[in-house]
Design a protein around this ligand. Sequence first.
Ligand code: ASP
Ligand code: MG
Length: 405
Amino acid sequence: MALIVQKYGGTSVGNTERIKNVAKRVAQYRKKGEQVVVVVSAMSGVTDNLIQLAKEIMPLPNEREMDMLLATGEQTTIALTAIALHALGVPAISLTGAQAGIVTDGVHTKAKIQNITPKQVHALLDAGEVVIVAGFQGQTLEGQITTLGRGGSDLTAIALAAALKADLCQIYTDVDGVYTADPRLVPGARKLQEISYDEMLELASLGAKVMQSRSVEFAKKFGVVFEVRSSLNDNPGTIVKEETASMEDVVIRGVSLDKNQAKVTLVAVPDKPGVAARIFNALADATINVDMIVQNVSHGAGVPATDLSFTVDKADALKATKVIETLKGEVGYHEAISDEKICKLSIVGVGMRSHSGVAAKMFETLAEEGVNIGMISTSEIKISVIIDLAKGEQAMRAVHRVFLG
Ligand code: ASP
Ligand code: MG
């Protein structure tokens, strides 16, 4: 008898029809004799609505109360899912995060799981119940309800699978798995059979938002193999696991496009120790996340100066330029230019480590498309370029064609 953890996201439980569908699928697994733990998200739109309600009352609501409020979303779904299983004659019981033994720290709205004591879950499974656990929530040792950050139900599922030593962890969503590129933008995009944790993390942080990044990091740390698949059909999904030797045979696993970036350039920054530290400390103090950073060689005779560019989320672009402007006197740069009409195109693959000429091939493809490269950054398994926003999709399709057929 296998123990399976299944997680269903907001769209998979978006209405009672969908919840009945989930119940049917769970019932099938149980009929085969498997023990099933089901983790559910709030019905789609519910969490956003609850946040909206609170903000109608005040712009920055108390975070303890936000957790109290948002936890109700998942609580609705666990009960409805249990009821849907009862309607099929399957014994099932719903548990809040706290009841499932999920203990977190006290950082409201973005708590970290400290430990899970799955005794109660095991006992209920052994008694023949399907156990339905509320995703996204936990409880501090002092008994305060907490939530794990947006998209946190993924983390609940992965962490439970680790704690229960589950044989299988399935993440059900509204797409068939992880693709070589966003199929809405690239008609030739293909579903991947498997992907390594590191590739998945790069793709997620690059804007291919299949899963919450924290949950993939957690899975990597604890070696939880999981499958991303659709709740709307029976197609096999994508297996996410530690890298295997054969994964390196494939040069590029996927291509992603992030249109949510803006570029800030400081022209003629004095080239001397402490300047970059000053600039990026100020940005960090304003809680602005900086992604790419590029600095040029010095130019100028008397006082050497350099150009410094970095990218931030589009939403932070204005804030970043304001912060930079306050430093003008102190740092003494010539001017700051902000450009929101850019995007970041990236290719990801562990195979890059053992294949040469990957960057050259990407740049050549962009050249053939007449796309100018504004910035370049690389890691062991990723190459990203900043290019003109208007040419982003065309460039993505070309790069996908060249590397992935
Ligand atoms: N309901 C939460 C959210 O919308 C958690 C989740 O869906 O994973 O962020
Ligand atoms: Mg979600």
